[in-house]
Design a protein around this ligand. Structure first.
Ligand code: G3P
Ligand code: MG
Length: 245
């Protein structure tokens, strides 16, 4: 399968230019000419899908404790911007619904990474996949779901088989292609540190687009794209220009 999507994807919404997984990040990506974003989705204590990378609140908000034990009302009071810089003070933790609406309004294609908290793989995937199917229903740019969790990919497939899925890993295991096929995944996403020409050749021979995270060096990005890597996730929207993408 060939890759018909943008080849540069803003990582965690706006990469390093904005607090991760926020609406401000989505605005920043669009402002910089990016047409594709990746973000992480986890369930709150009330079971609401929200944009969040870590299982705990400390690193990216002024809150404390586990996301999975925090109510929507508490999450709504948090500041998810000040940790990045004063200009983003008061930036909220977005719900998945708010982020989806903004992607649609800004014309941003989305790779939705299902990020379950411990033990919540299937439940998170089911909710995210069903909600994504609703939110993007009828849009010309359906999102791509991905996850490090095999259980999540299985549950997403069952809940919304019409949405495409990508197999996400750090280092692809030797049997990555068999796993991809078994889960009916359309793409392979792995760490740039585990890229090899051999992996690319295997992916190309199998017709599976290869996506790499996180690539921040412009020369490295240019070379990987030239070799035939389908797309790159980057934090450096300021260094990697998406205008010509
Ligand atoms: O989906 C690619 C990348 O986001 C995976 O790593 O930890 O940044 O979510 P992480
Ligand atoms: Mg991610």
């Amino acid at each position: 399968m060939s890759w018909a999507r943008p080849r540069l994807i803003a990582h965690r919404c706006g990469g390093a230019l904005a607090p991760e997984n926020t609406l401000a990040g989505l605005r920043k990506a669009a402002e910089r000419g990016y047409r594709a974003v990746e973000f992480d989705v986890m369930l709150s204590g009330d079971g609401t899908p929200v944009l969040m990378h870590d299982e705990t609140l400390e690193r990216t908000t002024d809150g404390h404790g586990r996301v999975a034990e925090t109510s929507d009302a508490e999450l709504a009071r948090l500041d998810a911007g000040s940790w990045h810089s004063a200009q983003f003070a008061g930036e909220p933790v977005p719900t998945f619904g708010d982020a989806a609406e903004m992607c649609l309004a800004l014309g941003l294609w989305a790779n939705i990474e299902i990020k379950p908290s411990r033990g919540a793989d299937a439940e998170t995937a089911r909710k995210v996949a069903l909600r994504a199917a609703e939110l993007w229903n009828g849009s010309g740019q359906p999102p791509l779901l991905s996850s490090f969790s095999i259980a999540a990919l299985e549950a997403a497939r069952e809940a919304a088989p019409q949405l495409s899925r990508g197999l996400l890993c750090v280092a692809p295991p030797a049997d990555w292609l068999a796993t991809c096929r078994r889960l009916a995944c359309v793409s392979l996403h792995c760490s740039r540190n585990h890229f090899s020409p051999r992996l690319l050749a295997e992916a190309q021979a199998a017709g599976v687009p290869l996506l790499l995270y996180t690539v921040n060096d412009p020369d490295d990005a240019g070379e990987l794209l030239r070799l035939g890597v389908s797309a790159l996730f980057t934090d450096r929207l300021d260094l990697l220009s998406a205008r010509a993408d």
